[in-house]
Design a protein around this ligand. Structure first.
Ligand code: GLU
Length: 456
């Protein structure tokens, strides 16, 4: 069999929608799985919408997801140009083939494609006119995902508009022929176009590629497909929110595809090995933010410390923490405390900021709760001597000392924790308290407890 050549053929809109990303990803996976080529072709015939900026959003999104292309913009290749706006002479050549075969005619200034078949005339109630129809044999599409689909084109259709612009169906098919595309993997919204495309492939004397139409992605709840306004629809937002790209990519793989054993978290190598059309569902996929976030948290937990530290540092810096004045060993200890706890990178700053700066706010609700229980002044008073006398704030020694005081005062050790946490972080939750105090050390914890006591 000849080499697999698949393509992702977006029309840049200024957004990189998760549905487009999924189409790109499935093409990429199929190319990797089969050892074929993945081509990026820019369908930029709509001149107004196709700005350089819109293109960059797309390319950046592809790069972020790690979807490298073998041919296309920046990569080049033997089948270029890879922008439809630069391929007019190729379209002219193919148009000539159709003209020479008598498969085109002009009507109302536009150029029409003539279907083959038996013509008959019918009265069209809606348009109040006689219309010529073609009794055409149904086109049979053996879709690699949908199975057998039959559809008959009834009417001739326009391939070049009266303003001279070639129509999507025509350029799309010409490019697939000229670029030697063997498999057309795209969204199900294009299934209804496919009979037109098959007619064009045949008229141009080209082999019809394998079609594989991927089901839609429905929005999180309710009917309807995910639109760009739905939360979670745009790839660029995941990048801005510091999602782990591998996690997002893993999640998108699961939007319509699953391996036989329904495993979810998989390395990209495993997915490439297992990916095939048989695993793509016929039914629609539904976007599930909870599942994506859970996967993302799992990926965060598994990042190598140096990778996590690099991501974390850039987030903390962007939030105004002066990491230059902070010892690296301290930073690493803080990050170790929180790597397994945070659910997403965009919660990191709120989770750890007080490790690096004193001027934190005190959570108002938490303060109220503390003041409702045993007088926090009394509680802190009971344990202050521990913090004054200990040199090393190790978790173990702190625990046994506080435990001893707790017993002497007939309390549970946990009775002291909320007030200590509030004093040293301003928060009601965070990393495990004793390891946290141990990492912060005497130099931070003691003055914070003292000033909190004065504040009370
Ligand atoms: N430009 C079309 C789209 O973005 C491509 C359709 C296809 O893949 O054939 O939907």
């Amino acid at each position: 069999m000849s080499e697999v050549r698949v393509r992702f053929a977006p029309s840049p809109t200024g957004f990189f929608h998760i549905g487009s990303a999924r189409t790109a990803l499935f093409n990429w996976l199929y190319a990797k799985h089969t050892g074929g080529k993945f081509i990026l072709r820019i369908e930029d015939t709509d001149k107004e919408r196709n700005t350089e900026e819109a293109l960059q959003v797309l390319l950046e999104g592809m790069r972020w997801l790690g979807l490298d292309w073998d041919e296309g913009p920046e990569a080049g290749g033997d089948y270029g140009p890879y922008f439809q706006s630069e391929r007019q002479s190729i379209y002219d050549d193919y148009l000539k083939i159709l003209k020479d075969k008598g498969r085109t005619y002009e009507k109302d200034g536009a150029l029409w494609f003539r279907l083959e078949g038996e013509r008959y005339t019918e009265y069209d109630e809606f348009h109040k006119a006689e219309v010529e129809k073609v009794k055409n044999a149904a086109v049979v599409i053996e879709d690699a995902i949908r199975g057998r689909v039959e559809r008959a084109e009834e009417r001739d259709f326009v391939i070049v508009r009266s303003n001279g612009e070639p129509v999507f169906h025509f350029v799309n098919v010409v490019d697939d022929i000229a670029m030697g595309i063997t498999h057309v993997i795209r969204g199900e919204d294009h299934l209804s176009n496919t009979s037109k495309h098959v007619e064009l492939f045949k008229a141009l004397g080209a082999e019809v590629p394998v079609f594989a139409h991927i089901p839609l992605i429905l929005k999180q709840s309710g009917p309807g497909k995910m639109s760009k306004r739905d939360e979670g629809a745009l790839i660029e937002e995941y990048e801005q929110r510091s999602f782990i790209a591998d996690a997002v990519r893993n999640y998108i793989c699961l939007l319509g595809w699953s391996p036989k054993d329904d495993q979810e978290k998989m390395s990209i190598e495993t997915i490439i090995e297992r990916f095939d059309f048989a695993g793509v569902n016929k039914g629609n996929a539904r976007f599930d933010e909870t599942k994506l976030s859970a996967l993302n948290a799992e990926y965060i937990r598994e990042l190598a410390m140096d990778v996590f530290a690099e991501k974390a540092s850039s987030i903390l810096k962007a939030k105004g923490i002066n990491l230059g004045s902070i010892e690296e060993s301290y930073l690493l200890k803080v990050l170790e405390l929180c790597q397994g706890k945070i659910k997403s990178m965009d919660t990191l700053f709120d989770y750890v900021h007080y490790f690096f700066q004193d001027g934190y706010d005190f959570d108002a609700k938490g303060m109220q709760r503390i003041q409702k229980g045993v007088d926090p002044k009394v509680l802190l008073g009971e344990i202050m001597s521990i913090f004054e006398n200990e040199a090393e704030y190790s978790s173990e020694t702190l625990e046994s000392s506080i435990q001893a005081i707790a017993e002497a005062n007939e309390r549970k050790i946990f009775a002291y924790f909320p007030v200590i946490r509030m004093a040293t972080s301003g928060l009601t939750g965070g990393p495990d308290l004793l390891p946290m105090l141990s990492v912060m050390g005497r130099e931070r914890v003691l003055p914070r407890l003292q000033s909190f006591l004065e504040k009370l």
